[in-house]
Structure formats: structure tokens, C-alpha cells
Design a binder for this molecule. Structure first.
Ligand code: AMP
Length: 545
């Protein structure tokens, strides 16, 4: 159960995640165990985590960071990132993680739109990506470097050493903002979804009933905290549940991952279809079932989990992989295969208790209605009011309002529901790209390409890819006089990687003579996709020429 702040002073995620455990019998339990690429291990107990996060909160107070100010982090999976997150929540600041593989342009967009006041990062990221942005970010006053010293920044060890390790969390209303997560849209730049402290009720409920976390579990969520799954289920929820988590600090490596699962004795494992697809390529015999005796529960999120992945789990790990569905805006798992209910391979399960999900279709004048017939595809809608629902898109009230209709939140995902109430993912309603489980907004990539002096026009789509789910592909119209050759292609790919980072940059560029746009000037990515996949182009009546 959750406890609430002492004296009825409200609810604060950091208290539920760390302080209440540190004050009780769990204080000596390991909260996190970081495992480096070479096998080096670092651990923090709940008690130590409470002290370090209190220091961080006191440090923020000393810098003049106030409640509601935004504290960002951009780092690999290092302990300092986890300490900064909980420390910021303790202090009542809003924590926002940024994926460390982003290039300078996506970092700038998010730091600027999120009005960052403080940032924790590493020396390497600072030198290569952040320092050049600082003249454009006058409101970012404090940069804390976890592992280095540089002029004009704060060294993390000094920051912590100077601060007391006791911090009393101020009264926190469940509606006080806590977390900011940027997510991609198809039109416009990334949206900042704002979440509140009261969301911890949903973290707890899903931690108990979907992840099935129990006393003594060893949990592993493989997502990076730069993405919402890595923050909510890789950082907050296991702490709220008082279990021990392992964190693989190194990059993905199929053989090492399998070894970690067995050697560490992981009991509950939350991963993704893109990771499973890569593990499925391991030679048969590389994995022995008996190594996974302690593994009790496996879950997946981020993309559809195909039936062959479920079959692989049963064959190789002797366990059924449970698909779960949610998104940045929902703040916690909403639809899931829960333990005890039979899994239908390929289905994402049913709405969890307390969540009402339905299939919506647009009727006259944009009004939405509920689809009654089973097996009819429509938009996945959720009845408004669950505790972890996002409360705003930062600075974009109209964009937020457009997500709701008739008491339903409209997810943008297309699904169907079978006669027994199981939900099946059909696709996205919009052009958002999911590559390796990560959302990429095509607009953000198109905008960068258009800033290159050789580019006259650009359209970006997700191209079906056996390993990545989708890969980012750009169609480019070059300015007259520029040759559509390999050199131009290499130049544009390098330019994209440098500015956007490898996670977002297109892997493939095709030169074409014009980009299909509608009369309002919007790229008709549907037509580019049809060209790529040989599919039907659909309605072309709004094409400009
Ligand atoms: P994000 O906000 O980055 O977490 O991405 C959320 C999106 O990922 C959803 O709107 C879906 O399109 C997709 N997604 C998440 N979980 C699943 C799932 N279990 N099956 C299919 N798609 C999923």
C-alpha cells in the first residue's frame, strides 16, 4: 500500500518510492544494482538512496530552484540520473528525462520548450552537445556534470557534498506536477506531456497487478529512462513496490542480456518486442531453459508483440510473454495481459481494473461514438479520469483539448476488440514512426532536412523493417544543380546524424522529384508510404496538383 506524506500532507512520488522504505525495514535492501559492460557492479540501498536524493533536493534548493521548476537529465543509465530524478521530485521540481542518444537539435527543442532551469548531464554530452546550445538557452542557469568539471558548470560530487542528507518533503497536492515527458507528434514539434504526483496510485496498482511485483523480487526493466517506460517502470514503480532492480548500464548485447537474466536470477522482466526480435536471432542452444528457473513473469511493451515472439518465449524461456499497452500520455499501463488470465498471442489483453477502454469511431461533425460490434477496428479510447492521465501538453492547451471527445481520451492508436473483450492492435491513426520501440515524429526530421542548403523539400516515413519494426526513411527533393548521387546522400545522412542523433536520423534517403503535399501544404506521407510498400495510395482527392 501507499502511505501518503506524514501528517496527511498529501502524496509525493519520492516519498512513496524511497523515503517511506528508508524509514522502515527495507532500509538495507538494495534498491538498484547497476551492472556495467565489463561486469562491474554498483549498488544503492533504499537507505542510501534516501540520503543521496535528499542531498540532491537540498542542492537544488541552494541553487534557488523552486517548486514547479523543471529539472532535466540527459545521461546514460548512471546512478546520478536516478538520484537526480528522485531528488527533483522530493523538492517539488518537475523532472524531465532526455534520451542521451539525441543530437543537439532534439535536445535544444526539448530544453527550450520545457523551460529547463537545471540539467544533470555528463562531461561528454556537455562538451559535444549542450555547451554549444547554451547561448540559445538563457533560462538554463545550472548545469550539473556527473563525472567532469568544466567552467560555468557544477561538479556533482561537490554539489552533493555541500548538501545535508536530510530533507523534509513539503506538503504535496496529488495534482502538483511531477514529471514531464516529451513525445512526438506527426505535425509540429514534440509535445511535453505533464504528469502529476497523484499518478503514483497508478504506478502502484500496475506494479502490483500487472508487473506482479512481490516482496523479494529481482526486477529488470530494459527500457532507458530517457523514454517514459524507463522512467515509470525502470525507476519509479519498482521503488514504489520496494523491490530490487538491476540496471544494465551498457548497450544492448543479446548474449550478455541472456546471461544477466540467468546469472542475476531475475524474477520479473519487462522488455520490448524489438529486444525480443534480436534475442530470437540467437542460435538455438545458446539459451538453456533451466537457466531461467527464477524467472516468474515476462512482459513486453512499446510495439505489437507478434505471436511468434510469444511462441519463442514459451519455447526458449518456458514462459509466456505478457503484452502490455500504454503510452506517454496515459502515464501507466492501461491495457494488459495480467497474470492468471489466458494470453491470446498477438493480443494486448484487456483494460486493467479501474480503466475503461473502448473502440471509437468518428461520426457526423467529428463526434465520436462507441463501436458496438466486435472485430470492428476503430480508435482506442479511454474513459477520462484515471490517476496517471497527463494533465497538459506544456504550453499547448488546444492540442491537449483535441485529445478528448465525449468523455473519452483518444489515443491515436487503432485497435479492434474481439467478442471476449481482448484488444488487438491494428496500427497508428497518424504518421508517427516507431523505430526500435521509440517514437519519432516525421516533422522533426523533415524540418532538420529542410534546414540543409541542398534540400528543397522532404517527406519522412516509417519503412517496415524486420528488426526495428520500422526504420526512418526520408524522401528528399534536392535544389536544382545538386546531384542526386551517393555523395549527396552520405552528406545528408551525416548531417542528420550529427544534428538529430542516431536514434532519430534517417537510415535511408531516396531522391525524388516532388513531395506529395495536400492543398494546405501538408506532406501526404500516406502516399510516400504507398510508394515505398507498393500498397494502395487511398484517397488522393486532396493532393495539391
Ligand atoms: P510512447 O508514448 O513513446 O510510449 O509510445 C506509445 C505508442 O507505442 C502507443 O500509442 C502505440 O502506438 C505503441 N505501443 C505501445 N505499446 C504497444 C503494444 N503493446 N502494442 C502495440 N503498440 C504499442
Amino acid at each position: 500500500m501507499l502511505s501518503g506524506l506524514p501528517g496527511g500532507a498529501g502524496v509525493n512520488i519520492a516519498h512513496e518510492a524511497v523515503d517511506r522504505h528508508a524509514a522502515g525495514p527495507l532500509q538495507h535492501r538494495t534498491a538498484f544494482r547497476w551492472i556495467g559492460e565489463s561486469g562491474d557492479v554498483q549498488e544503492l540501498t533504499y537507505g542510501r538512496l534516501a540520503a543521496l536524493t535528499s542531498r540532491f533536493a537540498n542542492g537544488l534548493a541552494a541553487l534557488g530552484i523552486e517548486r514547479g521548476d523543471r529539472v532535466f537529465a540527459c545521461a546514460d543509465r548512471i546512478p546520478e540520473l536516478y538520484i537526480a530524478a528522485i531528488g527533483a521530485l522530493k523538492h517539488g521540481a518537475v523532472f524531465c528525462p532526455l534520451f542521451s542518444a539525441f543530437g543537439p537539435e532534439p535536445l535544444y527543442q526539448r530544453l527550450e520548450r520545457g523551460d529547463a532551469r537545471a540539467l544533470l548531464t555528463t562531461g561528454r554530452i556537455y562538451r559535444r552537445k549542450i555547451a554549444p546550445l547554451l547561448p540559445r538557452l538563457p533560462r538554463l542557469q545550472h548545469v550539473i556534470l556527473a563525472d567532469a568539471a568544466a567552467e560555468g558548470t557544477i561538479a556533482y560530487p561537490r554539489f552533493l557534498d555541500a548538501a545535508p542528507d536530510v530533507y523534509t518533503i513539503a506538503p504535496t497536492d496529488p495534482e502538483d506536477p511531477a514529471l514531464l515527458h516529451f513525445t512526438s507528434g506527426t505535425s509540429g514539434m514534440p509535445k511535453g506531456a505533464l504528469h502529476v504526483h497523484g499518478a503514483v496510485v497508478a504506478h502502484y496498482a500496475t506494479g502490483a497487478h500487472v508487473l506482479d511485483l512481490r516482496d523479494g523480487d529481482l526486477f529488470w526493466c530494459t527500457a532507458d529512462p530517457g523514454w517514459v517506460t524507463g522512467t515509470i517502470y525502470g525507476l519509479i514503480t519498482p521503488l514504489v513496490m520496494g523491490v530490487t532492480s538491476i540496471i544494465d548500464a551498457g548497450p544492448f548485447d543479446a548474449v550478455r542480456w541472456m546471461r544477466l537474466l540467468s546469472e542475476q536470477g531475475v524474477t520479473v522482466w519487462y522488455t520490448s518486442p524489438s529486444a525480443i526480435r534480436r534475442l530470437m536471432r540467437l542460435p538455438p542452444g545458446a539459451v538453456r531453459k533451466e537457466d531461467f528457473r527464477r524467472l516468474r513473469h515476462i512482459l513486453s511493451v512499446g510495439e505489437p508483440l507478434p505471436p511468434d515472439a510469444v511462441a519463442w518465449g514459451r519455447e526458449v524461456l518456458d514462459r509466456t510473454i505478457h503484452d502490455t499497452w500504454w503510452q506517454t500520455e496515459t502515464g501507466a499501463i492501461m491495457v494488459a495481459n495480467v497474470p492468471g488470465r489466458p494470453v491470446r498471442p498477438g493480443s494486448m489483453g484487456m483494460p486493467i481494473p479501474g480503466v475503461t477502454a473502448t473502440v471509437l469511431q468518428e461520426g457526423e461533425a467529428g463526434a465520436v461514438g462507441v463501436v458496438q460490434d466486435p472485430e470492428t477496428a476503430g480508435e482506442l479510447g479511454l474513459a477520462v479520469g484515471w490517476p496517471s492521465m497527463f494533465r497538459a501538453y506544456l504550453g499547448e492547451p488546444e492540442r491537449y483539448e483535441r485529445c478528448f471527445s465525449g468523455g473519452w481520451y483518444r489515443s491515436g492508436d487503432l485497435v479492434r476488440r474481439d467478442a471476449d473483450g481482448y484488444f488487438w492492435f491494428v496500427g497508428r491513426k497518424d504518421d508517427i514512426i516507431k523505430t526500435s520501440g521509440q517514437m519519432v515524429g516525421p516533422f522533426e526530421v523533415e524540418r532538420l532536412l529542410l534546414s540543409h542548403p541542398s534540400v528543397a523539400d522532404a517527406g519522412v516515413i516509417g519503412k517496415p523493417d524486420a528488426m526495428l519494426g520500422e526504420s526512418v526513411k526520408a524522401f528528399v527533393v534536392l535544389k536544382s544543380g545538386i546531384r542526386p548521387d551517393d555523395e549527396s546522400r552520405r552528406e545528408l545522412i551525416a548531417f542528420s546524424r550529427k544534428n538529430l542523433g542516431a536514434a532519430i536520423a534517417p537510415r535511408e534517403i531516396e531522391f525524388i522529384s516532388s513531395i506529395p503535399r495536400n492543398r494546405a501544404g501538408k506532406v501526404m506521407r500516406r502516399l510516400l508510404k504507398a510508394r515505398e510498400t507498393g500498397g494502395a495510395a487511398g484517397d488522393t482527392s486532396t493532393l495539391a496538383e
